[in-house]
Design a protein. Structure first.
Length: 453
């Protein structure tokens, strides 16, 4: 593959244009190469065999953008290049390549590279590797932070790893304790100043867009440890992760398990942070994603999300009869609203329960049980007559719950006005009539024969 790409005139022409001095033409060539995808990586690795420092550096950065692990060894080798421009490009590119080899190469590079500017680039790459879940890069960074002989600009950059460490906020070994010691260290005003700023700043840590994208990719991993780690790291980002999380779900609109994992991360956000995604509920047309966000509203009690659910219900209602996925969203949204104590969509709830063409599931019935009044009794009884099994039992419980709450008895006007079938169902659900506050016992044939003359 490398040779085939290297021999293609169009590919060679694009690589030559990367060495040009016209920024617009260089950008156009870079984008044209990126559009060809990772299949050109072997050809680009071969193209590194050139005496042009500028071209080697630009190819190296391009390999980093493509993020193909096959380029890791070649890029790591460039950390020994005579050109500082190429070494800088290689140190930056390794953050996006195969983590194990990249970390080893960067740590070895820090042992021999004397220039603070280049060391800072390597440290920044190690920070990014921690941000994307590779905590083995944290040890070398802590060593840099604790080295009083290290350049201040390098130590200052290494401090960015501390919000990503999985320790607590108290104790002598915690990240906060380390920041407190650095803030009181008079030997380095620059490091002390940043440490104090980090102690005072309650904002979530920053992360580059590509690194955040990689975390969302990790959520799709089949390995439990990988996606659980991604959940933890995304949650640490706070509100910055909210909208990207929704877009990540929309990129996989049929993957319910992926959406569930995203919601696990978002549930750790504060109500104010979650509120950022509320406007998106009016635009999303993917039922799997919408169902996940409805579950998020229910789990967090976010008022901003709950306030949008009546509109979600209105959009789902016309599609619910024919499309089970939309019926599921419709029912979940009703339940979330009802469990929050809201009757904003009560009219639609009655309509859905009474409509013979609308599917009735447990969520819809539980919603009626939560907020139902005597007005919902007729609709629930119609649903009772057309359901079976677990759902019918749920309707039975919902009717009893409303009857107790509203003090509805067998001879209540709401029961008397019902058609024959619904009234019979109501009497069956409410049980035998009561005498003196106690249920009347049904007598068997033996009891009747003993009382007869």
């Amino acid at each position: 593959m490398a040779q085939s790409w290297g021999r293609k005139p169009a590919f060679r022409k694009l690589v030559e244009r990367l060495a040009g001095r016209d920024p617009a033409d260089v950008d156009a060539a870079r984008q044209a190469l990126i559009d060809r995808g990772t299949e050109i990586v072997p050809g680009l690795v071969d193209a590194l065999d050139t005496d042009d420092d500028r071209l080697r550096a630009r190819i190296t950065r391009l390999l980093g953008l493509l993020g193909d692990p096959r380029a890791t060894q070649a890029v790591a080798a460039l950390l020994h290049d005579e050109s500082t421009t190429v070494r800088r490009a290689a140190a930056g590119a390794l953050a996006r390549l195969e983590p194990r080899r990249a970390i080893a190469a960067l740590v070895a590079y820090l042992r021999r590279e004397p220039q603070p500017g280049l060391r800072r680039v390597a440290v920044r790459s190690l920070v990014m590797l921690v941000q994307t879940g590779h905590e083995r890069a944290a040890g070398p960074l802590l060593a840099v932070i604790g080295d009083p002989d290290e350049a201040d600009v390098v130590r200052e950059t290494a401090l960015d790893v501390l919000p990503w460490l999985a320790d607590g906020t108290a104790g002598p070994g915690s990240a906060r304790a380390l920041l407190e010691r650095l803030a009181a260290d008079a030997r380095s005003a620059r490091v002390a100043r940043k440490a104090r700023r980090m102690l005072d700043d309650a904002a979530p840590p920053r992360i580059e867009e590509w690194a955040l994208s990689r975390l969302f990719d990790d959520l799709a991993s089949r390995r439990f440890a990988v996606w659980q780690r991604a959940v933890t790291l995304i949650a640490r980002l706070g509100g910055r992760a909210a909208e990207p999380a929704v877009h990540a779900m929309l990129a996989r609109p049929e993957q319910a398990e992926y959406a569930r994992r995203v919601v696990l991360a978002l549930r750790n956000l504060s109500p104010r942070q979650i509120a950022r995604i509320a406007p998106l509920l009016d635009e999303i047309d993917a039922p799997v994603v919408l169902a996940a966000l409805v579950d998020l509203a229910a789990a967090t009690g976010s008022r901003a999300l709950l306030a949008r659910l009546p509109r979600v219900i209105a959009r789902c209602a016309p599609r619910a009869a024919a499309q089970p996925a939309w019926a599921d969203v419709h029912a979940r949204a009703h339940r979330a609203l009802a469990e929050a104590g809201s009757r904003l969509a009560a009219a639609d709830l009655r309509r859905a329960l009474a409509d013979d063409g609308h599917p009735v599931g447990a969520d819809l019935v539980i919603a009626a049980g939560c907020i139902g009044t005597r007005d919902e009794i007729p609709a629930l009884l119609r649903a009772y007559l057309r359901t079976r099994g677990v759902v019918r039992l749920a309707v039975h419980d919902a009717v009893n719950e409303i009857a107790q709450r509203e003090r509805i008895r067998r001879n209540d006007a709401v029961i008397a006005r019902l058609p024959d079938r619904e009234r019979a169902a109501a009497l069956q659900i409410l049980g035998p009539p009561r005498r003196n506050g106690r249920p009347q016992r049904r007598r068997g044939r033996l009891a009747g024969s003993l009382e007869s003359p």
